[in-house]
Design a protein around this ligand. Structure first.
Ligand SMILES: [Zn+2]
Ligand SMILES: [Zn+2]
Ligand SMILES: [Zn+2]
Length: 181
């Protein structure tokens, strides 16, 4: 039986998947599939492994079964909204959960791609929980449907502050912008 690389008097439980050395139970963390030691490089590899749950190339909405167009970001976070039925889908758990979109309220809609980017960054800065529906659709058929911003109900007040800020920064530069709803 191997002994722990840190504790020669203790029996090793397993090998670190990253550095290949033997360690005891207290020196190992259990990753998704393998054990890793506390070495920062090995810990990093463990986190990488944990985040690498790969979604299938084609993901259909479990709620309305329409095919989803996912951005790289959405694939990584594994949480996104279906643009069709607007259900909030959580694929970070297995099986995926469908969260009710009721908790979110529409606060703004726009067809302006610049508006979307600006408002997103403002909401990100304020750490507001939001999502944008119809954004990808907008890229393909700009005139059909505006992108809609939904904000978590609990954060509506803060979101309205952000919208004020947003309106102040765009006012006067473009008369064709939509009015917040
Ligand atoms: Zn290691
Ligand atoms: Zn040890
Ligand atoms: Zn759907």
């Amino acid at each position: 039986m191997e002994s722990c690389a840190n504790h020669p008097d203790k029996k090793a439980l397993s090998v670190c998947h990253s550095c290949g050395r033997w360690y005891c139970e207290s020196c190992l963390d259990e990753g998704k599939e393998y054990y890793y030691c506390k070495n920062p490089d090995c810990q990093m590899l463990m986190k990488k492994e944990a985040s690498e749950v790969v979604l299938p190339p084609r993901v259909d909405c479990p709620n309305c079964s329409s095919e989803l167009q996912l951005s790289e970001e959405e694939r990584k976070s594994r949480q996104f909204h279906c643009p069709d039925c607007e259900a909030f889908l959580d694929y970070s758990v297995d099986p995926p959960r469908i969260l009710e979109s009721k908790r979110y309220t529409k606060v703004f809609s726009t067809r302006n791609v610049g508006d979307i980017a600006l408002l997103k960054s403002l909401l990100d800065d304020s750490e507001i929980d939001y999502y944008v529906a119809g954004e990808y659709f907008l890229a393909t058929y700009p005139m059909v449907e505006p992108a809609r911003f939904y904000v978590l109900d609990d954060q509506i007040t803060r979101a309205q502050e952000v919208l004020k800020e947003f309106n102040a920064s765009v006012r006067g530069t473009d008369t064709e912008r939509n009015i917040p709803e």
